[in-house]
Design a binder for this molecule. Structure first.
Ligand SMILES: Cc1cc2nc3c(=O)[nH]c(=O)nc-3n(C[C@H](O)[C@H](O)[C@H](O)COP(=O)(O)O)c2cc1C
Length: 193
């Protein structure tokens, strides 16, 4: 591919990508997953800090997270309330064939921290678009499960000096929602003399 030539499919991918919350159970081939993961490292990053880290969260860990989420959600210790909360938590945490935790190395300088977080967000978008290009949907999530102390512990965030940027659920879409309404770009752009 001539990388200097216009490539309209990039705009199409950007515009058509949707957050997917309903996945089919088909597994993502290992090679395809690595191809998607590889897109992360091509994100712009100031001073080439390469601040992104990615954990592929296996089923055993996902069970632990679902347990933790259920314990936090359940309003009582009543076994039937707990069981219902567990079911609901599992539905969330197990909803996709692949679950990633995308984290950011925490730099010493506050200015670098901001830049590194920006770079990791760019890396997440790369992952999302690379996945979409393979017909795979993603859901970037910063919901309650990402903020549990058990999640910090599982990902060893403090020991590793990382912060969590989000969970990324990946899988083949069961359905693709309509695009949410977006205001025209002119609403957000101004000209300065
Ligand atoms: C940093 C970040 C965190 C997000 N966290 C959540 C979340 O916790 N739950 C959720 O349903 N969607 C989450 N989303 C996805 C947005 O809701 C979604 O991008 C938005 O509704 C626009 O839909 P689209 O991605 O299909 O264009 C998050 C997106 C970003 C960028």
């Amino acid at each position: 591919m001539d990388s200097t030539k216009p490539n309209p499919s990039i705009i199409t991918a950007i515009q058509s990508r949707r957050t997917i919350k309903e996945f089919r159970s088909d597994r993502i081939p290992e090679q395809t997953l690595w191809q998607i993961l590889d897109a992360a490292r091509w994100a712009p990053n100031h001073r080439l800090t390469e601040p992104w880290r990615i954990a592929i969260i296996g089923m055993q860990s996902r069970e632990e997270l679902a347990d933790a989420l259920a314990r936090q959600t359940a309003s009582s210790q009543d076994p039937s309330v707990l069981a219902k909360a567990k079911e609901e938590a599992q539905r969330k945490v197990m909803s996709s064939p692949v679950l990633l935790a995308v984290t950011c190395r925490i730099a010493e300088s506050p200015a670098q921290q901001v830049e590194d977080l920006a770079a990791v967000c760019a890396a997440v978008q790369n992952l999302q678009l690379a996945a979409w290009g393979e017909g795979i949907g993603t859901h970037w999530n910063t919901g309650r499960v990402t903020r549990l102390p058990e999640t910090d512990a599982l990902l060893q965030l403090s020991e590793r000096g990382e912060e969590l940027v989000g969970f990324l659920y990946l899988g083949y879409p069961a359905q693709v929602p309509e695009p949410p309404k977006r205001r025209p770009i002119q609403d957000f752009v101004r000209n300065l003399p």
